[in-house]
Design a protein around this ligand. Structure first.
Ligand code: NAP
Length: 315
C-alpha cells in the first residue's frame, strides 16, 4: 500500500474503466478505486448500473444491458493488469507529489491521478423511484426516448433540460406531459417558445409528482396541485426525471478548481485539471454531453495525458 503507483483512477464508470484499459495497456498498472456496491452515487460501474437496455453504445447492434456492459469494461481492464479496490475514497491530498489518497485508514500514493467519479441525476426521492428506474422510469431522454414510440409519457422539471428532453421526446411519443411545480418555466425563452408551439407537448403547471405507480413497469403517477393540493392520477408508460444533475465532486472541493455548478474544470481539449498530474474525465467534468460513449472517449484522453505526463516528468 505504501508503494507509489504510476496512476490511481478514482471511479469506475465508462470513463474510469476506459482510462484503466488504456493505462493498463501502457504498462502503468493502474489501481482503480471503484466505489462501493451499496451506494447509489458511488457504485462500481457508475450510472449505467442503474439502467437496463443500452442501445446507443457502438459495437452492440442488438443492445446490451447497462450492468453487463460495465462488467465487460471491467473485465477488459482487468485482463491487461488493472487492479481494483472496491471501496470509496474518503479523502485526497493533491497539494504535493506523490498525491495521497485515503480509503478509510488505508493510504495510497500515486504520481498521477485520474478523477472519474461521475455525476448523479437528481431524483424526486419517492419510494418506487429506484425500483422502476430502467422499467419505464428514466433519467436520459437521449438514451431511452426510442423505447417510447407512440406512447404517453411525461417529463418532470421546468429547466432547460426538462424542456429540451420533452421537446426531443415528442419525436417518439404520441403525447408528452411536462410536469412543473410552478406556473412559470425556468427554461430559456427559446426553449419555452419551442415547447409552447409543440402540439404534442402539454404542460401541467403547478404540479408535483407525489407517487410513482407500477409493479414491474411504471404505469402512472399521482400528481398534486401545488396550489390547491388536489390530487389526481395520470396513466403513463414512461416518466423522465429532468430536475438537474449533481457531479460527485465533494472530495475535491478544496483540491481542484470547480465550476460554479460544481463540475471539475479541465483545460479545453484535454483532461488536465489545474493541478499538474491530476486529470479528470467523464461526467464529473462534463455538464453537457453526459453520454457513456463520450465519457469513454474522455477516459482514453485522460490515460494518454497521464502517460505522457509521466514520461515527461520521470527522471
Ligand atoms: P435546472 O436549471 O436546475 O432546472 C431544474 C428544474 O427542475 C427547475 O425547473 C426546478 O424547478 C425543477 N426541480 C428541481 N427539483 C425539483 C423537485 N424536487 N421536484 C420537482 N421539480 C424540481 O437544471 P437543468 O434543467 O438540468 O439545467 C442545468 C443547467 O444546464 C442550466 O444552466 C441550463 O441552462 C443548462 N442546460 C442548457 C441546455 C441548452 O442550452 N441546450 C440544455 C440543458 C441544460 P424550479 O424552476 O421551480 O426551481
Amino acid at each position: 500500500m505504501n508503494d507509489i503507483r504510476d496512476v490511481i483512477i478514482i471511479g469506475s464508470g465508462p470513463a474510469g474503466l476506459t482510462a484503466a484499459i488504456y493505462a493498463a495497456r501502457a504498462n502503468m498498472t493502474p489501481l482503480v478505486i471503484e466505489g462501493e456496491p451499496s451506494s447509489t452515487s458511488d457504485q462500481p460501474g457508475g450510472q449505467l448500473m442503474l439502467t437496463t437496455d443500452v442501445e446507443n453504445f457502438p459495437g452492440f447492434p442488438d443492445g446490451i444491458m447497462g450492468p453487463e456492459l460495465m462488467t465487460q469494461f471491467r473485465s477488459q481492464a482487468a485482463r491487461f493488469g488493472a487492479e481494483f479496490v472496491t471501496r470509496k475514497v474518503t479523502r485526497v491530498d493533491f497539494s504535493a507529489r506523490p498525491f495521497q489518497i485515503w480509503v478509510g485508514e488505508d493510504q495510497y500514493q500515486a504520481q498521477t491521478v485520474i478523477v472519474s467519479t461521475g455525476a448523479q441525476s437528481l431524483m424526486l426521492g419517492l419510494p418506487n423511484e429506484q425500483r422502476l428506474l430502467g422499467h419505464g422510469l428514466s433519467t436520459c431522454a437521449t438514451c431511452d426516448g426510442f423505447f417510447f414510440r407512440d406512447q404517453e409519457i411525461a417529463v418532470v422539471g421546468g429547466g432547460d433540460s426538462a424542456v429540451e428532453e420533452a421537446t426531443f421526446l415528442t419525436r417518439f411519443a404520441s403525447k408528452v406531459y411536462l410536469i412543473h411545480r410552478r406556473d412559470e418555466l425556468r427554461a430559456s425563452k427559446i426553449m419555452r417558445d419551442r415547447a409552447f408551439a409543440n402540439p404534442k407537448l402539454e404542460i401541467l403547471w403547478n404540479s408535483q409528482v407525489v407517487e410513482i405507480e407500477g409493479d414491474k413497469k411504471l404505469s402512472g403517477v399521482i400528481l398534486e396541485d401545488t396550489v390547491t393540493h388536489i390530487r389526481e392520477s395520470l396513466s403513463l408508460q414512461g416518466l423522465f426525471i429532468a430536475i438537474g444533475h449533481r457531479p460527485n465532486t465533494d472530495l475535491f472541493q478544496d483540491q481542484l478548481e470547480l465550476k460554479e455548478n460544481g463540475y471539475l474544470v479541465t483545460e479545453p481539449d484535454t483532461s488536465k485539471t489545474k493541478v499538474a498530474g491530476v486529470f479528470a474525465c467523464g461526467d464529473v467534468q462534463d455538464d453537457y454531453y453526459r453520454q457513456a460513449v463520450t465519457a469513454a472517449g474522455s477516459g482514453c484522453m485522460a490515460a494518454i495525458d497521464a502517460e505522457r505526463w509521466l514520461e515527461e516528468h520521470s527522471q
